[in-house]
Design a protein around this ligand. Sequence first.
Ligand code: 5GP
Ligand code: ZN
Length: 111
Amino acid sequence: MSDCIFCKIVNKQIDTKLISETDDYVAFNDISPQAPVHALVIPKKHFSTLNDIDDVELMGKLLNGAKETAEKLGVKDNYRTIINTGAEAGQAVFHIHIHILAGRPLLWPPG
Ligand code: 5GP
Ligand code: ZN
């Protein structure tokens, strides 16, 4: 989508250092980290929310991407994955993404 900030990252219209890239997703650091490690894994194809993805295989690849990203960042033993769906749930960017947070104790439940 032309006005989507994450599509612009995928299309290299916004210069962002990638942690990893496959045919299906890219991972990169969050611009406003909420923990010492805060990365995002996003599909290359635009879907606004989790509810809009109709490709179960891609869902699996994204979750696997989160796991591999955590491993690559050296936090595989303690990390949190989050998908916010909808503004009230905290979603601000409507291109689905998995947050990976780590590097400090994380409270449960979140606020
Ligand atoms: P949400 O609130 O939608 O679940 O998360 C969106 C996340 O994207 C936020 O944590 C925000 O800091 C991050 N973000 C927004 N714009 C950019 C950007 O241009 N670059 C990067 N790296 N992260 C962004
Ligand atoms: Zn997009």
